[in-house]
Design a protein around this ligand. Sequence first.
Ligand code: SAM
Length: 228
Amino acid sequence: HLTKRLQTVLSFIPKGARLADIGSDHAHLPCRAVSDKLVPSAIAGEVREGPYTQSIENVRAYGLEAQVDVRLGNGLDVLQPGEANAIVLAGMGGELITDILTRGRSKLAHGTILILQPNIRESHVRSWLLTNGWEIDDEAIVEEAPHFYEIIRAIKIGDARAQDCDESDLLMGPVLRKQKSATFRKKWLRRKKKLNEILAALQQTADSEMIRERSRDCLHQIRLIESS
Ligand code: SAM
């Protein structure tokens, strides 16, 4: 059984792709992708021994040893160039995701598809994608209370800036902003409420340059949300 978050990640994988799931933990996603016949085979990469060993056991329990290749290693180091054309990085912080992509950039050929699900700092991931020649072609947002998760799919189209995105697009997602789903509206209404609370608390605090800067930052974010 996959969580709603991982189901959505799965739904973004192109049929027949050469799939790699990096930071796979227990290899649930690649096992499901293969057993659903979405992809013929998949690679599961994991940097920690414990989850790696558990993944091997899971793959064996599903009888998928011939199709799911579990590899121990850091980030994209587990891949040979050209081996994967759809790469999932899910359930990690945005900074870790972009660090892994930067270190492994030689494995990311034209046409490669990334399916990213940062737990935090989604805007950092989007701005990395746009400045490194990727185009965001689809996004989704799901709620697993109390969390909202954003899934970003991008395709490698060049080396320089690809898409034109403004600051609101980076913060909220260019596709998600157009879709404006009920979940999207719920997330940003909640965030706005939180920011207003923080702002009110800051105004109760002794005045200082740092407080003023944080207040300006809160107000700026509130305006970005309101302009969407
Ligand atoms: N991808 C799964 C998901 O979305 O449910 C698992 C998410 S789990 C929270 C993050 C996993 O990434 C952990 O198992 C961690 O060991 C692994 N990880 C962290 N840094 C990594 C790296 N540099 N290379 C490979 N795996 C890494």
